[in-house]
Design a protein around this ligand. Sequence first.
Ligand SMILES: *[C@@H]1O[C@H](CO)[C@@H](O)[C@H](O)[C@H]1NC(C)=O
Ligand SMILES: *[C@@H]1O[C@H](CO)[C@@H](O)[C@H](O)[C@H]1NC(C)=O
Ligand SMILES: *[C@@H]1O[C@H](CO)[C@@H](O)[C@H](O)[C@H]1NC(C)=O
Ligand SMILES: [Zn+2]
Length: 971
Amino acid sequence: MGKGFYVGKAFAIGGIIVAVAALSTIIALAVVYSQERSKNLQVPTTEGPTIKPTPTPSNKPWDQYRLPKSLVPISYRVKLWPRLKPDPVSKLYIFTGQSDVEFECVEDTDLILIHSNKLNYSSPGNRNQVSLVAVDSWAEIPFKSPWFQTVTQYMVLELNEKLVKGRRYRLYTNFTGELADDLGGFYRSEYKDDDGVTKIVATTQMQPTDARKAFPCFDEPAMKAHFNITLIHDHGTTALSNGKAIETTNITTDGESLQQTTFEQTPKMSTYLLAFIVSDFIFISNNSTDQVEIRIFARRSAIEAGQGNYTLSITGTILKFFEEYYKCPYPLPKSDQIALPDFNAGAMENWGLITYRETALLYHPTFSSNSNKERIATIIAHELAHMWFGNLVTLQWWNDLWLNEGFASYVEYLGADKAEPSWNMKDLIVLNDVHRVFAVDALTSSHPLTSKEDEIQRPAQISEVFDAISYSKGASVLRMLSDFLTEDIFTKGLQTYLNEFAFKTTVYTDLWNHLQKAADANEVNLPVSVENIMNTWVLQMGFPVVTIDTTTGTVTQQHFLLDSNARVTRKSDFNYVWIVPIRWGKTGVVRDGITWLQDKTATIPGMTASGSDWILANLNVVGYYRVNYDQGNWDRLLNALSTNHTAIPVINRAQLVDDAFNLARAKIISTVLALRTTLYLNRERDYMPWESALDNLDFFYLMFDRSEVYGPMQDYLRKQVTELFNYYKGLTENWVNVPSGHLDQYNQVNAINLACRTGLEECQTLVTTWFRDWRTSGTNRIHANLRSTVYCHAIAAGGATEWDFAWSEFLKATMATEAEKLRAALACTKQPWILNRYLEHTLNSSLIRKQDATSTIVYIAQNVIGQPLAWDFVRHQWSYIYKEYGGGSFSFSNLINGVTKRFSTEFELQQLKQFKEDNAAVGFGSGTLALDQSIERTQANIEWIKENQDQVLKWFKDNSRRDAAAVTSVL
Ligand SMILES: *[C@@H]1O[C@H](CO)[C@@H](O)[C@H](O)[C@H]1NC(C)=O
Ligand SMILES: *[C@@H]1O[C@H](CO)[C@@H](O)[C@H](O)[C@H]1NC(C)=O
Ligand SMILES: *[C@@H]1O[C@H](CO)[C@@H](O)[C@H](O)[C@H]1NC(C)=O
Ligand SMILES: [Zn+2]
């Protein structure tokens, strides 16, 4: 699936809205984690996010979550007829289906277990429509009436005679299911067309365990088979599936004139990659002579407005890139991509028919920012990468999901870089994945990448492995592996791996073996085997901080934990020692090659520096670890930043800031030292260091925006950002143009955002003028990149007129990305009564879609004025919110974390505890863990403020003075 935690720029750049603070890692954990979860939650569930022990009520095979090994599917025929109008009697939307599966018996058995969830097999006469024949004789095989084990989601057939090893059988079924709006299995999505007519789309999301909700199947990834799919649909609609449509014929069923589309048989594939869609969407396609047909489907008005054009223009390039990268042709004759109005994950890599949220596929230059565009390019690359890695070669079981998702999350940067070579995509993985997951992986509650096959059994447990660790840590350690092997060797190993296991399944060590062979054949110099190195990264949780004493060349590693008081209870076979590849340099000289740190401590010849020389380790942050130095080297690095910062590579400038703030949080270095890394920013023009600093300073905003520190902090940051603001003013010729560089465009947004947020008058005048121009002229001339920021600050500066205008624009926005920008910005107003009214709107799904309710409340809570209002609202409405959304994908953990993020006083702690007590009877659903984390985080915040407030206040006061001399004197 597509990576879930695209918090999005709208989130990150709102002036008063505060992004996920990398420093406040528990928050980051909760947000990242719950975003992942909410994106990937297929079936509405009220279960908490912790893995509970699997109940094993009996030893009966139907009480086991894993299929017995006696039967192996070979091919299916599936015919489905989704009704796009509600049934006149039941008022429900339904689908009917007919399927058969041919399977081979590989162990004698008198039992058939096949996955089936929420399907009904009874005919009007109440006879179960299930029959079984032996393929060679076509003799019917009798069985007791089928029954259903709903917990493990099986249809159970107890046979009167044994199936015989080596023989083939075919199971026929007729069934009915509900085409519900639950975003899982075969489900329905609704939208209004240009004439305001509600249209229904029937679509699917199978991963991980919902194919069984569409038709009976052996629903495990290793149970690969061929599928012959047929869809029945109304005239005027198009049917899509994984294979190419062979033909569409007119049929008459029950007196109704319909169409029937049959699809080419699929290659051998897993059930979770199937897709069936019936819609009235239209498409655009590549009309070149390319062998692979590429089509982009969406709502008619979206396609006609050109919103699919960008996607179409880059898909071919990215597909070709991966063919070259994998040295393997695209395995299918066609590649369809479709944008759906209702879709839970970001995207889903169904083989040959990739499904997306509209915001992840549709682009329009007027409405979409460069951030929206980047998301589209990376998510497409991610999904296309899966067409080989994941789909052609599939991990045997969900416990190895991290390799599938980590791999796609790594190479998405390579694919996007191919499509947009000027964007520096490959650098951004450091901010988006490495730094982000560091925050989660530095907690004692983290977990290793791998888990045992039998630890991941129930559908809820399977859903849980789709987390930030699997995606972002997986990506980070694979990038490190590719770096120390070299990309050439890494891809060589990958190519033979794909070749050997095409149409089959693997375990993660199969990849290590192929990489080892490639390394051996090319005499790559490694200290120990690929597997031994990687074991230290995938079998134990967390990562090290490598401390370099440049006076002696002594290097030590230590498990990095954000909370210095935390105790690690999870045992590791490697005692939290890693085999660490260190790329390092000295005063602007990059050394070739890698120094390996294999033990807890070592002395590395040459890793010493004196005078004004400095040592810099983890060049370009290709290694998955943080770095600390002796004070002298820190001083020299900081000096280099303030005198000649470009001597340090840009990624490492971002690293120095992020490492320093996090080391300070862990009490390894002082908070003042961390703040000192921001002193040079008035000379910094590059995006990555600024973004890194802003991510970290967000925690300071949360902790101090209601205290006396706020004023001096604002003064300091205003001073730091003024030159950046002026720089962009010049570069854009007084804001007429946007910078040409992708990252410069991002940093322009940072400049305006921070300048306005810190009260730079020129900035405020600028954004309010732009917004007024739009409001009075009716023409929005604000560049898409700047809209989120401009809307937010203009609404914050304005009153009801500005807000009401933005609200009406929100209601009539025709593009999802524009609506998203407005919805976030509406939370920026400083008028309590408007914020309260907006909060009320979140409970009215005709105003704010259900799926957006939580995030809207969270946006409001991020506004310092909205914070107490949102908290009151949530407390007051709790039982209603819980009742209304308790069973849905309304994410309580997101909500609880969002509204309590700023909590840092004893009084707030008491309120939180009271809230927990008062609502114990109602419950907290999936927010249970988040509530406990919030209490813990509030305590940690109280502690942190106690320890840091005085020195932070003094530091900001000392350093907000205008004269530069004063600044250097307080270094
Ligand atoms: C399914 O329905 C078809 C058409 O009504 C019927 O011919 C067939 O026997 C049914 N199959 C089973 C297994 O009941
Ligand atoms: C199928 O039915 C449609 C609508 O009734 C009709 O326009 C079309 O000509 C028919 N096609 C064939 C091949 O009969
Ligand atoms: C599935 O479709 C293929 C053609 O795409 C056909 O050759 C094959 O016989 C079909 N299988 C069954 C079981 O109908
Ligand atoms: Zn994925």
